[in-house]
Ligand binder design. Sequence first.
Ligand code: TNX
Length: 437
Amino acid sequence: MTGIIPRPVSSQVHEGWQPLSEPQWSTDTALPAEGYRLEVDDRGIRVASADRAGAFYAQQTLAQLVIDSRVPHTTIDDYPRFAYRGAMLDVARHFFPVESVKKYIDDIALLKFNHLHLHLTDDQGWRIAIDGWPRLTEVGASTQVGGGGGGFYSQADYAEIVAYAAERFVTIVPEIDMPGHTNAAISAYPELGDAPAGPYEGIEVGFSSLAIRSEATYSFIDDVVRQLAAITPGRYLHLGGDESLATTDEDFLFFIERATGIAAQFGKTIIGWHEMGRSPALPAGTIGQYWNFTTPEDAHGDHTLSFVAQGGAVIMSPANVAYLDMQYPETSDFGLVWAQGATSMREAYEWDPAEVIDGVGDEQLLGVEAPIWTETLSTIDEVEFMAFPRIAAIAEKAWSPAGGSYSEFEPRLIDFGRYLDVLRVNYYRTAEVSWIR
Ligand code: TNX
């Protein structure tokens, strides 16, 4: 068992230690995509992988094995369970400058995540410049939760983030949330909305809707999605679709068919929050992102199965275990508790993505994603504080084989804490973990 945190534990026996030296790299196309073999013995350090991502992950593992410039003798065969291993950062509720996003990319790359989903728009802010729609940034980007100004990315900023991520084998997945969560866009261009909107800096959800029966809405979506597709080399575009409580059912279905139809023309695979699966008219292959609980309530499971029935797959983000903005069990100054209360380290670890929804097993799963929403988080330090260490549990769900045990995971977590200390990544020293061994 290697796991997402590879540091050796006492149950593993090592014959010896090697001084850290330049590994010998080789390509072995028989190895799985993104996988690697790392061997350390008397002869030195050898890495084989089928692709460059695998070599990068071997390097991440190796860095975590080093103690006092030495590496334990070991053989590690490692490869991912899922192709899509995501983290999500909400840059709409609070704006995070480019440098902060880069820091988070570094952070998630430690855990072999390969996608960063950027939640770019919401009621409280519009964060990406769109040519021809200057008020989106002049007005729509000027707000955030609690006030204090907002911010946005120019398309050049966005390209810089995309390039930085690519160097770490992370693909950016941009999200424009619609038809709800659109107050910022409507405050910039009132004709886009069903009701007039002013700036909003609170944390309620579900009160805004684009004007569903107006053609202007669809020219807007066409412009936004075309420009975003052009600056996004990755395969996916996320179109939201969650919590559209201010849109009637009939309008929602009409809207989803139109909006996804527009986006599909730009050659991207669409991702939507699982409510989008209410529509029976999704472009083939559309991916559903499930956010309800590990025991699905009401029709949430059925809406998710609808993506599978329409030729797509599922990304698992059950809020009660994978939402990193949920509080830890001891009180913390940050975070929310709506998803069945606080989430312990153990709870974040003890679930299986293939056992959440009947009919959504490994075959139907594209992967797993750990979102962090930022209503209560305004700096990257605070984001790290909530995300780490629980994000390591979700990374392990995404990367490692099913069936790991928490008692085996916890000692590795303690080692990981030391590694985070060295790298100056902030994390919450939850009392559940005995950080000093
Ligand atoms: C739910 S579940 C949201 C977000 C909030 C988050 C806070 C879902 C797709 N959306 O709008 O920020 O809860 O935890």
